[in-house]
Write a protein that binds this ligand. Structure first.
Ligand code: AP5
Ligand code: MG
Length: 190
């Protein structure tokens, strides 16, 4: 069983690459951002709560995010493995994930970061914002706030996973195929 975390700044290509890895390795792809957007689209109370944070580019509180993630893993008991995309994003989430997986005799095999400069990401996200309908893609200030959240709360997880000997990083610049080939080679080597 392979359980992988795809890590990287907003717009680094986590969702794009996760879909390809899901198909290549028959994994279940869980994106906490997609789950929140699904809840927003369905007007749930979780969606309303998440929206108030997401629209500003702020992280949603740990407690609700962790609960939602665990429910999604539990909803897929036959999975051959998981790709976690956009989770964990805080130390509390990382610790909760380790503890949760440990309770199921599962573990993370690797955390793989897609590295892309912020100026490249701003162009990507503003471009997607033209037709994505995502409020957090619409203006540079919100995008910069998403980077700030990443730099303050998520980047410290790099040392958390280095300490567990699970951290890998590859460039997220290049064609989608070039990047996925590198990711597949890395996963094959695990
Ligand atoms: P989330 O939905 O996770 O958004 P994000 O991390 O900000 O990043 P994106 O999904 O925008 O980017 P991505 O890395 O998936 O790249 P993608 O493949 O889409 O989170 C949104 C919000 O939800 C957060 O701000 C927070 O409020 C909340 N949230 C989610 N998880 C949370 C958590 N764990 N805790 C608390 N709050 C949480 O690609 C981006 C664009 O680039 C696309 O247009 C794509 O076509 C293009 N692209 C992809 N690859 C390439 C390439 N190689 N070259 C050129 N363009 C490319
Ligand atoms: Mg995404």
């Amino acid at each position: 069983m392979k359980n992988i975390i795809l890590f990287g700044k907003p717009g680094a290509g986590k969702g794009t690459q996760a879909a390809l890895l899901r198909d290549a390795f028959q994994l279940v792809h869980i994106s906490t951002g997609d789950l929140f957007r699904y809840n927003i689209g369905n007007n749930t109370s979780l969606g309303a709560l998440a929206k108030s944070y997401m629209d500003q580019g702020d992280l949603v509180p740990d407690e609700v995010t962790i609960k939602m993630l665990e429910a999604e893993v539990d909803a897929n008991p036959d999975a051959g493995g998981f790709i976690f995309d956009g989770f964990p994003r805080t130390s509390k989430q990382a610790e909760a994930l380790d503890e949760f997986l440990h309770g199921k005799e599962m573990r993370i095999q690797a955390t793989i970061a897609l590295e892309v400069d912020e100026e490249v990401l701003i162009k990507r996200l503003l471009n997607r914002g033209k037709d994505s309908g995502r409020a957090d893609d619409q203006d540079e200030e919100k995008i910069r706030n998403r980077f700030e959240e990443y730099n303050n709360k998520t980047a410290p997880l790099i040392s958390y996973y280095i300490a567990q000997n699970k951290f890998h990083s590859i460039t997220g610049v290049g064609t989608v195929t070039e990047i996925s080939e590198q990711l597949i080679a890395l996963l094959d080597s695990l």
